[in-house]
Design a protein around this ligand. Structure first.
Ligand code: ACO
Length: 390
């Protein structure tokens, strides 16, 4: 029996603070005309001090779960794509798992920059198709404003913050995620960097040289993006046994409107079939494709039976495309009003599970100490506390 993987829920979150091009002219030597003409960006969202990558991802994830009618404790896998995670450890997916109360879910981060969300879809689809899991939440989330160099006009005007994601579920019904085309070219790794890690640790020198912030060779990445978007779309469509003209909606990474216009020409697709919202969000890297997908659904651009192609490309260099045959009617929610209210309450109380686990861990540690059980500590004679040596 064939096992298909469908998108059954979707959600996005963008921080409320809108920063216009005009505002950026007070920070760097730029102009609204230059930014709009060269990129198509008009404004972007920037997180305030209360939002991080994980908080935005959790909000988008909660919306996606609610839309899918899946409760947090039923979720089996979280894959979170980001190149601006909260920390190196713990991974942001674990923080999101705790925030959602998805206590039975495995959780991992991936980082392939702007193609991360589609890479994540590919991993989750393979894991569901193999029978390892029945469902997964795939998120793309970024707080790029914290890793942008706000004195570098060639990059700071491009990026924004936000998160989006989808719930994937196994089903026997045909359709859903049909084909993937993933790729990488590490020889171009130096073209787009955030050098924070074991090779460029946090030293005063590295901080002073802004090594730990975004650096990009814009024109090279532009050339790469223009070429790879066209190639990736053609490859994924061919793998699905379709033609480019069968695409109802192309949802590309929202980097630069000129890249999208070029792709439209190369592919022979009218611009109406290429979704764009970069004028309002800028380049949100891993969050860009899911933010655009949710936007497309909510503005009625996605219909049952549509062939949707999503493509991400960026640092690494990496690229990833997928073709989805859309099976759900995005306008209908099969749950009745009572079920929806119950689900909504269950979603809100779910995070208490994490709190209960933390309290339980503390109580167990206290109990072990009081009862003299093995606590892992060594005593003065080098023996483990609470362990007899014979
Ligand atoms: N305001 C005003 N002038 C500017 C600005 C600015 N914000 N930024 C650059 N300029 C100047 C440059 O200094 C340069 O001046 P000069 O000719 O006197 O030296 C001039 O504008 C032209 O600069 P270019 O870099 O050639 O401009 P270009 O037309 O290539 O546009 C841009 C730059 C927008 C960055 C473009 O190259 C681009 O979109 N690149 C691709 C980005 C991308 O696709 N990223 C995807 C991956 S992102 C990820 O993975 C995280």
């Amino acid at each position: 029996m064939s096992r298909y993987v469908h998108i059954t829920g979707w959600g996005a979150y963008a921080p409320p603070r809108i920063v216009t091009n005009q505002e950026l002219t007070h920070i760097v030597a730029t102009s609204d005309e230059w930014i709009q003409e060269r990129t198509g960006i008009v404004e972007r969202r920037i997180a305030d001090e209360k939002d991080y990558t994980s908080t935005m991802a959790a909000k988008a994830g909660a919306r996606a779960l609610e839309r899918a009618g899946l409760l947090p404790h039923q979720l089996q896998l979280i894959i979170l794509a980001s190149c601006s995670p909260d920390y190196l450890i713990p991974c942001t997916a674990c923080i999101v798992q705790d925030a959602l109360g998805a206590t039975r879910s495995a959780a991992l981060d991936i980082n392939t920059a702007c193609s991360g969300f589609v890479y994540g879809l590919s991993l989750a689809t393979a894991m569901i198709q193999s029978g390892q899991y029945d469902n997964a939440l795939v998120l793309g989330a970024e707080c790029l404003s914290r890793v942008v160099n706000w004195t570098d006009r060639t990059t700071c005007v491009l990026f924004g913050d936000g998160a989006g994601g989808v719930v994937l579920q196994a089903a026997e019904a045909e359709g859903g995620l049909q084909a993937f085309a993933l790729g990488a070219d590490g020889s171009g790794g130096d073209l787009l960097t955030i050098h924070l890690g074991s090779r460029t640790p946090l030293t005063l020198d590295n901080l002073a040289n802004s090594e730990t912030l975004i650096k990009m060779n814009g024109s090279e990445v532009y050339r790469f993006g223009s070429r790879v978007l066209n190639q990736c779309v053609r490859e994924v469509v061919a793998k699905a046994g379709l033609e480019v003209q069968d695409i109802d909606l192309l949802i590309p990474h929202q980097a630069n409107v000129r890249i999208l216009q070029k792709a439209a020409k190369q592919l022979g697709l009218p611009m109406e079939r290429i979704f764009q919202n970069l004028d309002r969000y800028g380049n949100t890297s891993s969050a860009s494709v899911p933010l655009a997908l949710v936007d497309a659904i909510e503005t009625g651009r996605v219909r049952t039976g549509d062939n949707i192609v999503m493509v991400g490309f960026g640092g690494g260099l990496t690229w990833a495309g997928c073709l989805v045959q859309w099976t759900f009617d995005p306008r209908t929610d099969t749950r009745g009003p009572i079920q929806r209210t119950v689900n909504s309450i269950q979603m809100r109380v779910a995070p208490v599970r994490g709190l209960a686990r933390r309290v339980d861990r503390r109580l167990r540690a206290m109990e072990d100490r009081v009862r003299g059980r093995d606590t892992g500590r060594l005593d003065d004679n080098g023996r483990r506390n609470g362990h007899s040596s014979d």
